[in-house]
Design a protein around this ligand. Structure first.
Ligand code: FPP
Length: 253
């Protein structure tokens, strides 16, 4: 009887609201392959990737997820053909402008991580303005990783700490995980509980290497433009069935 009832319930309804993850990070992969499968240009894949971004964000809002972080452009992505880089930058600007009413409606706070000073001036302007206009929102924090690379992030944190030691403002013994975390782009954010990567590739690709130390990993065999809200709900549901021990034994939990 219970089983029968469960079958009739949607995945979303089966999610335990008291055990929601705080933070989901996503590597949105497979736009190019999706476009190729359809005989289209890569940019067509990115354009349809925006629809999937909307799906992920809507699902996050519906379920009450506090943090969603999307890998939108890596430090390595600068080496793609200039036309593709330009198209991605335009897509970012257009999406931010277009989605502003949605950000306001759902009280979404937009944030970014990465070397955003590398972005073209007009992208930086739109991004800055969106962040400014949504900074008081208290719903989901949508963080866009832009010109982001985890090794670069870790190196720059290390250099800043080393400088403080060199100038006599900090003792080496004072450097602990908390202080180190506070020097990363993700300062003040909880670490991701879930990392999702689409496209069937099972790699981390220089994404939040420090922060995902205890994240549950989900590698989905679908291409990013195929991602729907149901995929996010399914990952959250599966996450709730996994036992997170953080190095302890089952009995100690
Ligand atoms: C990876 O697919 C995807 C990207 C490098 C860009 C992600 C961008 C979007 C989803 C659209 C814009 C985003 C926002 C937030 C407005 P790929 O091109 O590496 O695919 P492939 O591995 O199949 O070639």
């Amino acid at each position: 009887m219970v089983e029968k009832l469960c079958l009739q319930m949607s995945v979303k309804e089966q999610i335990d609201q008291s055990k929601l993850p705080e933070h989901i990070a996503i590597i949105m992969d497979g736009n190019g392959r999706w476009a190729k499968e359809k005989g289209e240009m890569r940019v067509f894949g990115h354009q349809n990737g925006v629809t999937a971004v909307r799906e992920a964000l809507e699902a996050a809002v519906e379920i009450g997820l506090p943090y969603l972080t999307l890998y939108a452009f890596s430090t390595e992505n600068w080496s793609r053909p200039q036309s593709e880089v330009n198209a991605l930058m335009e897509l970012l600007v257009n999406s931010l402008n277009q989605e502003l009413p949605t950000f306001h409606k759902h009280r979404i706070r937009v944030n970014s991580i990465g070397r955003t000073a590398d972005l073209p001036e007009h992208c930086q302007g739109t991004l800055r303005q969106t962040i400014e206009e949504t900074k008081h929102h208290t719903g989901c924090t949508l963080t866009l990783a832009l010109s982001y690379g985890s090794r670069e992030e870790i190196l720059s944190a290390t250099k800043r700490l080393a400088e403080q030691v060199q100038q006599g403002h900090l003792q080496i013994q004072e450097i602990d995980e908390k202080l180190f975390s506070a020097h990363l782009y993700t300062e003040g954010m909880p670490d991701p509980d879930i990392l999702i990567r689409t496209s069937g590739e099972e790699r981390i690709s220089n994404y939040m290497l420090w922060q995902i130390a205890y994240a549950e990993l989900f590698f989905l065999p679908i291409l990013w433009p195929e991602f729907t809200r149901e995929h996010l709900f399914q990952c959250i549901y599966d996450y709730q069935t996994r036992e997170r021990r953080f190095g302890k034994t089952s009995e100690q939990l």
